[in-house]
Design a protein around this ligand. Structure first.
Ligand code: SF4
Length: 382
């Protein structure tokens, strides 16, 4: 989860752009099948009939085979969905179609509570060298409310299983703002992070989407998913800030708004999104970017399988480089014309303490991170 970087849906144009992809240093494979639909999730993923999974794998293999590789990918990312539920042969049948092995980073998203030793060994044999665990919380009451089934002890045991299989690089996803979360329960999840000492942590501040089950309950009423117990925005921001501090104290540093790593363990694949480096995506809702144009496959599994909806494409906007790059704590070095173009909002945000400008570099401050949507919006509308 929040598995991949999701861009604002792009406008559709009739142009076919596949042929323009020349440099492909990253590959994303989408596997949108899950064992359950988590209450907060608004992705085009879910629980589908078994026969659909087989048809989807066939379509995915066809799409990969049809791609003309002009570059050896250096990173691979399998997200969705829960690609960790693929059996070893199916996973190998996808990865065997990709050039560039051994990849410097090949990540698989997996649900905790499902990782057996043989499975982890099969992942490693297929070339997977990094696993992203959708933990979300270490507190059982909160985990159950999301619809997930693991325990904190499962996570600890499965990290040992991964290590035994030779996969020492892994990420733990946490969500600040789950239903029923309190300062104490959030602190308990952070204490587990301190104990497990992972190389990488992603922390997402929950924004309830009206398309999720939680969002619908918030709008229409009901008690099933605990919508009324979702913490307020200020409380969630407080959880996030306490995480920034406690992770830094154990050497896990924020390098992007939602991502924290020990030096050298930053996600090589995800950095491509923020640095606007090229990647190609396969499968439902997968995005591609060739350095100039973004392309998005049909969002739903049904549309992807029926091939009735064409891939949507849109030119990369110059200002994207600006606000996507600002998500990185290292900031950006705007071109002279960008300094001129955004002179007014930059001054305003620097004066307000949301941006810091130093030696030609512009970056968000700690306070700016919390108000980043406001900052980005300003640059988008310029
Ligand atoms: S595992 Fe849950 S959060 Fe992740 S894609 Fe599936 S339904 Fe969404």
């Amino acid at each position: 989860m929040p598995p991949c970087i999701r861009f604002t849906p792009v406008a559709r144009t009739p142009t076919a752009l596949t042929a323009t992809i020349r440099r492909v240093p990253g590959v994303y494979l989408s596997y949108p099948f899950c064992a359950q639909k988590c209450t907060y999730c608004n992705f085009a993923s879910g629980v589908f009939p078994r026969e659909m999974e087989a048809r989807y794998l066939d379509a995915l293999r066809r799409e990969i085979r049809a791609h003309s590789w002009e570059w050896r990918p250096e990173t691979v990312y399998l997200g969705g969905g829960t690609p960790g539920s693929l059996d070893g042969d199916a996973l190998a049948s996808l990865l065997d179609l990709l050039p560039g092995r051994p990849w410097i980073e090949a990540t698989l998203e997996a649900a905790p509570g499902t990782i057996a030793p043989e499975k982890a060994r099969a992942w490693a044999r297929s070339g997977i060298n990094r696993v992203s665990l959708g933990v979300q919380s270490f507190v059982e009451r909160e985990i159950r409310r999301t619809g997930r089934k693991h325990t904190a002890q499962d996570v600890a045991a499965e990290i040992r299983v991964l290590r035994d299989a030779g996969i020492t690089n892994y990420n733990i996803d946490l969500i600040a703002g789950l239903s029923g979360q309190t300062a104490e329960s959030w602190s308990e999840s952070l204490a587990w992070i301190e104990r497990l000492a992972p190389p990488h942590v992603s922390i997402y501040m929950l924004e309830v989407d009206e398309d999720s089950r939680l969002g619908k309950e918030l709008l229409l009423g009901g008690v099933r998913y605990g919508a009324k117990d979702v913490p307020g925005d200020d409380e969630i921001a407080g959880f996030y800030e306490s995480a920034v501090e406690r992770l830094a104290a154990c050497g896990i540093l924020r390098y992007e708004i939602s991502n924290f790593a020990r030096p050298g363990a930053e996600s090589r694949h995800n950095l491509k999104y923020w640095r606007l480096e090229p990647y190609v995506g396969f499968g439902a809702d997968a995005h591609s970017f060739d350095g100039r144009v973004r392309r998005q496959n049909p969002e739903s599994v049904e549309d992807y399988l029926s091939q009735t909806a064409p891939a949507a494409a849109v030119e990369c906007r110059e200002d994207e480089r600006f606000f996507v790059g600002l998500r990185l704590m290292a900031g950006i070095r705007p071109a002279p014309e960008d300094w001129r173009r955004f002179d007014e909002p930059i001054r305003r945000f620097v004066d307000a303490g949301l941006l810091a400008s130093e030696d030609g570099t512009l970056r968000l401050t700690g306070r700016g991170v919390l108000l980043s949507n406001e900052v980005f919006e300003e640059f988008l509308t310029e």
